[in-house]
Design a protein around this ligand. Structure first.
Ligand SMILES: [Zn+2]
Length: 414
């Protein structure tokens, strides 16, 4: 390598600090842990299939939580749970360093009566609703914990293993946990998403129900009476005149109206209540505020014009983490490059310049918006998340599991 090329390589890598070096992967305790994962991988896949077949809609994670607690108790841990239903344990290090939290969510998007039977294909895929998101991470984390205990992994800092609830309905479990345990989270790694780039930002998501109410009446007696349907229709038409900012593609700015709508239930009535939902998303904090205000004022104006009452009800509110420019310092935090270097070490192909994404929609968002260095990393190769054709490539969960060991070893040295 020429001197100029050497300098360039050094300056490129110097740009982002990392805590991972290949020597860490060679440490005897780390080797014991990763060898344990390989030796027990068949049992891991069997457990993964069994757990995926336990229904866990948001708010109904109890059966999975009970299973996880029992498994942690077998390792002589004393797991804690809170009123939300989150389950966690702390593993003490030898002292010093930032407490590192690993989090996987127990809930899935699928309602209780969904068929959650898992199919194994001859080419090594697992198919089933919720097989990947986030059951794969839950089982990866459980097995990483077993491997860490088996190997007596050395860490200076404490580790917290956290299994959250209600991630899919506004990260509610993680918000509740952080509120009560803020001093226990210095670094956060959310285990969620398919294997690939490391995510260090947060997509804000506001879900509102816009509600218009008026007196309502029978058709024959309703002439000229305020009709909430007219107000709602006017409001929706007016909302579509609100322009998206020019860089909306880059900042993930989008809104969708009417994913859910409802009004009267008989033909010959003027309905008393009309509702529709708005799904508003962006990473940009100021755009989120401005667009939300604009949408609300269109609703207010329409309600006034038609003589009905307007109110917004929140369905979920998850704040944006900021634009890529806002997050320049977050990208420089060693947690991001460490996670990237570990994925590369484990053979995950990441395109140059696309290794890290300043966006995300996982429990890591809660850390990001609270100023805690946070990343989300994947669990296995797969696709079809949130659909009935969800799948994972079973063998690739080895990577998802081993990365937890390497992250735990790398991020807790000082
Ligand atoms: Zn998820």
């Amino acid at each position: 390598m020429s001197a100029a090329a050497l300098f360039l390589a050094a300056s490129l890598t110097a740009q982002y600090p990392t805590s991972f070096t290949p020597d860490i992967a060679q440490r005897p305790d780390v080797q014991r842990a990763t060898t344990w994962i390989d030796a027990n991988f068949k049992a891991q896949v069997d457990e993964w299939v069994r757990l995926a077949e336990v229904p866990a809609p948001s708010g109904k994670e109890q059966r999975r939580a009970a299973y996880i607690k029992a498994e942690l108790e077998k390792l002589n841990y004393k797991p804690t749970s809170d009123s939300s239903g989150n389950v966690w344990v702390r593993r003490n290090g030898t002292g010093g360093g930032p407490t590192l939290v690993f989090a996987a969510h127990m809930d899935t998007v699928f309602p209780e009566n969904t068929n959650v039977k898992v199919t194994r294909t001859p080419d090594g895929k697992l198919l089933g609703a919720g097989i990947a998101d986030d059951t794969a991470s839950v089982v990866n984390l459980l097995n990483a914990i077993r491997a860490i205990e088996h190997a007596k992994l050395q860490t200076k800092a404490d580790l917290i293993f956290l299994f959250t609830v209600q991630e899919e309905v506004g990260l509610k479990g993680m918000y509740a946990w952080l509120e009560n345990n803020r001093k226990d989270m210095d670094l956060l790694v959310a285990l969620d998403g398919d294997l690939g780039a490391v995510r260090y930002g947060a997509l804000g998501i506001y879900w509102s129900k816009m509600k218009f109410t008026g007196p309502g009446a029978h058709t024959n007696r309703s002439k000229g009476a305020p009709n909430p349907v007219r107000a709602a229709a006017q409001c929706i038409t007016d909302i579509y005149t609100v322009p998206l900012p020019g860089d909306h593609e880059r900042l993930g700015t989008v809104y969708n109206i009417g994913g859910m709508m409802s009004s009267g239930n008989i033909v010959n009535a003027v309905p008393q209540e009309v509702t529709f939902t708005v799904d508003l998303r962006t990473v940009d904090k100021s755009v989120m505020g401005a667009l939300d205000d604009a949408l609300l004022s269109k609703c207010d104006q329409a309600a006034r014009a038609h003589g009905v009452t307007f109110a917004r009800e929140w369905i979920q509110k998850s704040e944006p983490g900021g634009t890529p420019e806002d997050l320049v310092d977050r990208r420089r935090h060693h947690i991001v490059q460490t996670a990237i270097d570990i994925l590369k070490h484990l053979g995950v192909k990441l395109l140059p310049g696309e290794e890290a994404i300043p966006n995300g929609s996982t429990d890591a968002n809660v850390g990001v918006v609270n100023g805690i260095p946070s990343v989300a990393v994947g669990r296995a190769y797969g696709g079809g998340q949130h659909t009935s054709s969800e799948w994972s490539l079973a063998d690739s969960a080895r990577i998802g599991t081993k990365q937890i060991i390497l992250l735990a070893a790398s991020l807790t040295q000082k």
